[in-house]
Design a binder for this molecule. Structure first.
Ligand code: HAM
Length: 429
């Protein structure tokens, strides 16, 4: 136990972390170009927020939440998703009082007690955006285009947006009635879950993984919400699909698409890659702000799983593994040189030059091998000779060339080399 991480969690080791950082950098860069600002909300919230916000009849709330009582007997829950917390923060901090739309993005860990499998974790990480304050279909399109552009920039191939409308409080009851009418007579042939969905949230039956339930839906010609949309939802959906075409986002209409959270109204979509579970998903949620006690405010957003995006990237052979090379490896060729090496190392690092040394008492040969392993550009050798003459031997590992540089000029010597080769150290960016 002590040496095992909890089921459904992962350690990110050096090597993998670089991939995550690359994804986050790209996500932040796209956020900048679309003019979104970062928001950070707590990792846990009052349980009630998710129960109300995400929906009492969802799998997330019914069986997947990490809920606990704190020492003050409050029921708290590790956030299973990001939208509810962002909306809570929007209301609590009265961001609706600001003159402009709230265009927000976030990146962080989420928690769901799911059965761990490929691409499905109990602690996973989402990148996501939320726009609060506009009903315009242009905003749905901006958010979908944001997602599409991010996934493309990341390097994912064959990504497609599947788009649907799940209607509003006017058309949904009509759809519900029509579903119940068609399915009630065959209810006993539905799976147990779908029998209860029929009473509580019939739309969910479209999401059932049982082929037999899907066959029944086809057999009774169960109506999709798209077929039941009210005029306002219909014209919103038409505007969204027209604009998507206009801006060149690849999409298909999937009238059976149902999302696993209850807050959606009108547009709902998922980004999929054939052969994989959903890479990202989102939609409009015009009732959520009011539902948790804020003023009537429309919203729209999406989120994707970092683990999933990286898994697909890797399996498509597009993962980028890069390690930033070290500029200088200080090799201690004489025991007396250790103190000078420590001082030199500090000067190099303060000047923004990445540098490292051996602390394990390795011989010179082993230190040169270590410099190779970390892909150092230069080895700075400090031996007896160098100590005596106040110099450093600088070996270029790519060319094998070696020059002698005065000890007090070494930092500016390496800085000049770095500038002329156009190498910018990561920590200076
Ligand atoms: P969601 O579809 O529940 O939506 O999750 C979004 C994405 O998170 C999924 O497409 C998937 O990539 C990833 N994900 C979900 N569960 C797991 C898991 N157990 N392991 C790994 N990855 C997972 C939401 O969470 C909404 N808040 C999205 C949204 C934002 N809608 C409007 N704004």
């Amino acid at each position: 136990m002590l040496t095992q991480r909890p089921r459904g969690t992962a350690d990110l080791l050096p090597g993998e972390v670089e991939q995550w950082k690359r994804l986050e950098d790209i996500f932040r860069a796209v956020s900048r170009t679309y003019h979104y600002q970062e928001i950070r909300t707590p990792v846990f919230e009052h349980t009630e927020l998710f129960a109300r916000g995400v929906g009492e009849t969802t799998d997330i709330v019914e069986k997947e939440m990490y809920t606990f009582e704190d020492r003050g007997n409050r029921s708290l829950t590790l956030r299973p998703e990001g939208t509810a917390g962002v909306v809570r923060a929007y209301v609590e901090n009265k961001l609706y009082g600001l003159p402009d739309l709230a265009k927000l993005y976030y990146v962080g860990p989420m928690f769901r007690y799911e059965k761990p499998q490929k691409g499905r974790w109990r602690q996973f990480h989402q990148y996501g955006v939320e726009v609060l304050g506009s009903e315009a279909p242009e905003v749905d399109v901006e958010v979908i285009a944001f997602g599409a552009e991010f996934l493309t920039k990341l390097g994912l191939k064959d990504v497609q947006a599947e788009v649907n409308s799940v209607g509003c409080s006017e058309c949904r009851p009509r759809h519900r009635e029509a579903m119940v009418e068609k399915l009630r007579p065959v209810a006993d042939r539905l799976c147990k879950d779908c029998q209860s969905r029929l009473d509580r949230n019939p739309l969910r039956i479209f999401d059932c993984k049982n082929e037999s339930c899907q066959a029944i839906l086809r057999e009774v010609e169960a109506p999709t919400v798209l077929q039941c949309l009210c005029d306002a939802c219909q014209s919103h959906f038409s505007a969204v699909t027209e604009l998507l075409q206009e801006v060149g986002v690849r999409f298909v209409i999937n009238d059976r698409l149902v999302r696993g959270l209850d807050y959606y109204t009108r547009t709902a979509w998922e980004f999929t890659v054939p052969g994989y579970s959903t890479v990202a998903g989102g939609g409009r949620y015009n009732g959520l702000v009011a539902q948790i006690g804020g003023p009537e405010t429309p919203g729209v957003g999406f989120a994707g799983g970092i683990e999933r995006a990286l898994l697909v990237l890797q399996e498509q052979g597009a993962a980028v593994t890069e390690r930033s090379p070290l500029t200088a490896y200080v090799a201690v060729a004489d025991a007396q040189a250790s103190q000078t090496a420590t001082k030199l190392l500090q000067e190099l690092r303060c000047a923004g030059i990445s540098a490292d040394r051996d602390y394990q008492g390795k011989g010179l040969k082993a230190q040169l091998k270590a410099a190779d392993r970390v892909q150092a550009k230069y080895v700075l050798i400090l031996g007896e000779e160098e100590l005596k003459s106040g110099t450093v031997s600088v070996k270029d590992l790519a060319t094998g060339e070696q020059v002698t540089v005065a000890r007090n000029e070494i930092v500016s010597y390496l800085s000049d080399l770095q500038n002329s080769s156009g190498v910018v150290e990561h920590d200076q960016m």
